[in-house]
Design a protein around this ligand. Structure first.
Ligand code: FES
Ligand code: FES
Length: 161
């Protein structure tokens, strides 16, 4: 089947089978390797993308569902100021960064801060419930998100409250 969709802001068209995973399309057809092959069952978050505005595991999305949809991968998101906020917050908190879970971890922060610009620790823990990171101390991760929220508020409004 032929499917058109928007990938990182560009109109694209592919020929594929209806049940091929979006994750495989991103990696095999578009050579976008930021979404990683982890559990392939929707549990670890390593394959996360933004799909019509929501962070979802691309391993659970079959090709037939992406027609006409807007998909942003970690590669596309990394072009934005929002990505830089997160990198800075993570760096200041000493969050580990081995590359395996970046798509899940970073896009989960963005989804959270879009909904709750000043999240509580409980909000942050809930937002990361679908992300399996083998490296980062959870306390640092919470600190990294709180710092990111501060950095973003200062960038947008010139203050942190
Ligand atoms: S590889 Fe998709 S959620 Fe784990
Ligand atoms: S930083 Fe290594 S798995 Fe998350």
């Amino acid at each position: 089947m032929t499917i058109g969709f928007i990938l990182n802001g560009e109109d694209v068209t592919i020929r594929t089978e209806a049940n091929i995973r979006l994750l495989d399309i991103l990696r095999d057809t578009f050579k976008l390797f930021g979404a990683k092959c982890g559990c392939l069952t929707g549990v670890c978050g390593a394959c996360s993308v933004i799909f019509n505005g929501n962070v979802v595991p691309s391993c659970l999305i079959p090709a037939f569902r992406i027609r006409g949809c807007e998909i942003i991968t970690i590669e596309g998101f990394s072009q934005n100021d929002e990505y830089q906020d997160i990198l800075m917050g993570f760096s200041q908190a000493g969050v580990e960064n081995c590359g395996y879970c970046d798509a899940g971890k970073i896009l989960a922060v963005e989804a959270l801060l879009e909904k709750i610009p000043r999240p509580s620790k409980a909000d942050i823990n809930a937002a990361f419930s679908g992300i399996r990171c083998r490296c980062t101390d959870p306390t640092r991760l919470v600190e990294g998100v709180l710092l990111t929220a501060d950095i973003r508020q200062r960038r947008l409004y010139g203050r942190s409250a």
